[in-house]
Design a protein around this ligand. Structure first.
Ligand code: ADP
Length: 200
């Protein structure tokens, strides 16, 4: 399997690039943010709980998030691989994901981290808020909170994959197509026949 963690701060372009990568590599897209938003829209109990955290720019508790992610992944048992977008966001989530994939006799192939500086993130998120109407993209205080939460709670996840030698940083500034090419170049180099054999 090809299992990719697409990592990066809010507004780095994970959703945009995931949409292109799933087509190119026939992967299943698992975005915890999208799943939470679908639950909010559907008026589920999970949606109500998630909304109370998301509106504040805070993380939804690990236990809830992990359980939801696993049940969503289990809906695609024949997947050739997954793109995890917005997950894991804490070291506890990263450990849980490794354990979950181990029960399926697979593992994370690589973490691809989109690197974008904070000023650019703030600009992109405010712009997105104007079009998408996403509540968490409208208020500058909530945007800042999400960036801070990323720095404090999510960045340590990078070390988790670095220790496993699975971390790849990618410049997230440029056109959508340019960034996509950079991602594909890393994936393709890691998928050379030798490294692919090692992963499986
Ligand atoms: P962005 O990366 O632009 O912040 P997401 O759609 O990934 O957007 O996430 C939106 C919100 O959903 C987060 O601010 C957080 O409240 C919640 N969320 C998403 N994924 C997770 C996760 N893995 N753990 C905890 N909360 C999450």
């Amino acid at each position: 399997m090809l299992n990719i963690v697409l990592f990066g701060p809010p507004g780095a372009g994970k959703g945009t690039q995931s949409a292109k990568l799933i087509h190119a590599y026939q992967l299943v897209h698992l975005s915890t943010g999208d799943i939470f938003r679908a639950n909010i829209k559907g008026g589920t109990e999970l949606g109500t709980l998630a909304k109370s955290y998301m509106d504040q720019g805070q993380l939804v508790p690990d236990e809830v998030t992990i359980r939801m992610l696993e049940s969503e992944a289990n809906k695609s048992p024949d997947a050739k691989g997954y793109i995890f977008d917005g997950f894991p966001r804490t070291p506890a989530q990263a450990k849980a994901l490794d354990q979950f994939l181990a029960t399926k006799n697979t593992s994370i192939t690589m973490m691809l981290a989109l690197e974008v500086e904070e000023d650019e993130l703030r600009k992109r998120l405010l712009l997105r808020g104007k079009d998408s109407g996403r509540a968490d993209d409208i208020d500058p205080a909530v945007i800042q909170k999400r960036i801070d939460v990323y720095r404090n709670e999510t960045e340590p996840v990078r070390d988790f994959y670095q220790e496993q030698k699975k971390y790849f940083g990618i410049d997230g500034i440029g056109s959508v197509d340019e960034i996509f090419e950079r991602l594909c170049a890393v994936i393709n180099s890691e998928l050379s026949p030798d490294s692919y054999r090692d992963q499986n």
